[in-house]
Write a protein that binds this ligand. Structure first.
Ligand code: XIL
Length: 384
């Protein structure tokens, strides 16, 4: 057990520290043995990892930390490895949020999905305004991103299982900028300044910094969720070409942000299998299923039937992953409705997670548990 970066946090995290200390002193105790019917224990039987995004602040809540350690075998920082959080002031790198999560993961025998290195969103203001006002030239921008990728991936070297190296580069039907011929968005911040080759460079730089991490391309609506499968077709053709060009890409992450109003995307298994057939790993990286709710406090669905649809879509999404041998992890984008990103981003929607606002498991949780039980043990043989 190794905690590289000592925790420098206040009294509020006593519970977490107690768990951490217990795990350090006695590796086989406490959360070292998650409940046998937990998602992580059931999934472990078939070599799958079940993960969640985490807001490190929530680790202060003992109930939250207990569920996190018991149920999940991978964690992803919701925001703490994004450039905006890591380098809010140019030249001053702050990895403390990510370090804290890595320490929790090590103490609870979890792996970490690093998220995310190159994305158009959540960039530091000094960077975007410097580019906008011309004080950062494109050549300098290229050097800055090379340096940043090297610094970040090196800092977490050996501690990250999968890195989302490039995030959300493909065009959507609702974009204002047109797609490039291969489907990448011409309006993407990185592509418009540095050309689409910056994506391949990001993978090369990340690989140089941590050759053992699995490097993922991550995006939403790339397993048929757009209805037409056009985005999936584009990513498939692109990644096939990248592999032919020797770009070190190990996997494709489908975010899996679903909405009950659109129904379940029927192509998901085939699309995941198609990426896998290229020799890639695949993963569901940010699963949630939102629906319209009465208010953000209770997040009770406006239509009672939506609760069933929500649980159904979670189950279908997990089954798509289970059906594909190369699908190595199924990660939900936070597990409790209280800290879901959905109400703040999709007006009027919520109820997207597998635990409710009070951290009680919802029907979706029990669906996942049942699916994993069947995957792990099969259906019990009939007795006559
Ligand atoms: C979201 C976080 O959950 C929010 O807290 C933040 O304000 C915005 O970003 N796709 C991604 C994630 O790849 O990084 C996003 O996370 C959700 C959409």
């Amino acid at each position: 057990m190794r905690i590289r970066h000592p925790l420098t946090i206040g009294a509020g995290v006593a519970a977490v520290l107690a768990l951490t200390t217990a795990a350090l002193a006695e590796p086989d105790s406490g959360s070292g043995h998650p409940p046998r019917d937990s998602l992580r224990a059931l999934a472990a039987k078939i070599g799958l990892r079940v993960g969640t995004a985490v807001i490190p602040f929530d680790l202060n809540n003992a109930n939250y930390a207990q569920i996190l350690g018991d149920q999940f075998s991978t964690v992803t920082p919701g925001n703490e490895m994004k450039w905006q959080v890591v380098e809010p002031t140019q030249g001053v790198l702050d990895f403390s949020g990510g370090d804290r999560l890595v320490a929790f993961a090590e103490a609870h025998r979890q792996r970490v999905r690093g998220h995310t290195v190159l994305w158009h969103n959540q960039l530091p203001t000094w960077l975007t305004s410097g580019v906008a006002n011309g004080t950062i030239s494109n050549d300098q921008l290229r050097d800055l991103v090379h340096q940043y990728i090297t610094d970040e991936v090196t800092h977490f070297k050996g501690e990250i299982w999968q890195w989302d190296v490039a995030n959300e580069f493909f065009a959507n039907s609702f974009d204002s900028a047109p797609p490039l011929p291969d489907g990448i968005s011409s309006g993407d911040f990185w592509v418009s300044h540095l050309g689409e080759g910056i994506i391949a460079d990001a993978f090369r730089w990340a690989h140089a910094a941590d050759p053992r991490a699995l490097l993922f391309y991550n995006d939403f609506n790339i397993a048929g969720e757009d209805g037409t499968n056009a985005k999936s077709d584009a990513v498939y053709a692109w990644v096939k070409q990248q592999l032919a060009d020797g770009v070190p890409i190990d996997g494709i992450g489908d975010e899996g942000h679903l909405d009950t109003q659109f129904g379940f995307p029927t192509q998901m298994t085939q699309d995941l299998q198609r990426y896998a057939s290229l020799g890639l790993k695949v993963a569901i990286t940010e699963a949630d299923v939102r629906t319209f709710v009465r208010d953000t406090a209770t997040q009770a669905p406006t239509n009672p039937l939506a609760a069933y649809a929500q649980a159904y879509e979670y189950s279908q999404m997990l089954k798509a992953c289970l059906a594909v041998r190369q699908c190595i992890s199924f990660t939900v984008w936070g597990f409790g409705d209280a800290d879901s990103w959905i109400p703040g981003t999709f007006k009027g929607e919520g109820y997207a997670d597998i635990y409710d606002v009070n951290l009680n498991p919802k029907p979706a949780y029990f669906n996942l548990q049942q699916d994993l039980t069947l995957a792990a043990f099969g259906a019990p043989n009939r007795t006559r």
